[in-house]
Design a protein around this ligand. Structure first.
Ligand code: SAM
Length: 256
């Protein structure tokens, strides 16, 4: 972890969306609350969230990871914390072998909020240490819009309208003389068709870019379609993904 990466955690995340996060947790974890879940949280800070999970999930075995030691202890004996980096795959393998050799049921990433680090731990844990049907939650992906973060970039919003060239062609296409000079209708129609092939270029820095990569995984069956995409075709590793305000929740596909 570089100095820059460490300092960004001093940034106030201003979690106005906390209530919304908990509504999502209620919806997706609520039905599982009484189960003996294997639960992993990346980024535990002072241990506040681990305390919450310890009481909210009374049967769960809870594991926390952070680059700093967790300053509090846990009475239940069900919580264990480890010091290490989320992007260290060998470290994650060691923790998983000790705490959840069959895989975790739930993984929450509230650690660096840096795209590349989140991406490395996501794909490694998702592939190797999350059970089929398990849930993976990524918090605070909006840091990708913040320049306080090493990989964040401000969003420049684009107007939702046709460009001047599309508007001009549409006007031209509608002009009465074109209907008389029928030979022009076809090339102008062709131009209009090709002009709406516009790309919707958008910001892909940091966490925001990573979330958009996850969208690609949702669309992978179409992206690898034998007729229209780039093969070999495969199905998505996700059963579904919900992107919401600051939070992404993914259910891993079950074995087919
Ligand atoms: C937002 S705080 C976690 C807050 C905690 N989940 C809670 O709600 O009480 C982020 C934590 O991630 C840790 N962290 C930052 N970068 C990390 C990394 N690369 N690997 C593991 N932990 C990291 C920081 O030390 C910090 O304690």
């Amino acid at each position: 972890m570089t100095q820059a990466e460490t300092n960004v955690h001093d940034v106030d995340l201003g979690k106005a969306s906390l209530a919304h996060y908990f509504r999502n947790y209620e919806e997706f974890l609520g039905p599982l609350r009484a189960l003996p879940l294997d639960f992993l949280e990346l980024g535990v800070a002072e241990g506040g969230s681990l305390r919450h999970w310890e009481s909210w999930l009374p049967q769960a075995q809870i594991t926390g990871i952070d680059i700093k030691p967790c300053p509090i202890s846990f009475a239940s004996g069900r919580v264990k914390t480890y010091i290490g980096e989320q992007q260290d795959k060998a470290f994650l393998d060691r923790v998983a072998a000790e705490r959840a050799p069959q895989g975790f049921d739930v993984i929450i990433d509230d650690a660096s909020h840096v795209g590349q680090l989140t991406r490395i731990s996501f794909w490694h844990l998702f592939e190797h240490h999350l059970k089929p049907g398990g849930l993976y939650v990524i918090e605070d992906w909006g840091t990708g819009y913040w320049t306080q973060y090493p990989d964040g970039r401000k969003l420049r919003q684009r107007p939702v309208d046709f460009g001047w060239h599309e508007k001009a062609l549409t006007r031209l296409h509608g002009m009465a003389f074109l209907h008389r000079a029928g030979f022009l209708r076809k090339p102008i129609g062709w131009l209009r068709w090709n002009m709406v092939r516009s790309r919707h270029r958008s910001h892909d820095y940091g966490m925001v870019g990573f979330v958009k990569e996850l969208v690609d995984e949702c669309g992978i069956e179409d992206a690898t379609h034998p007729g229209f995409g780039l093969g070999p075709q495969r199905v998505s590793r996700f059963e579904w993904m919900r992107i919401s305000l600051g939070q992404v929740i993914i259910r891993k596909a079950r074995l087919r």
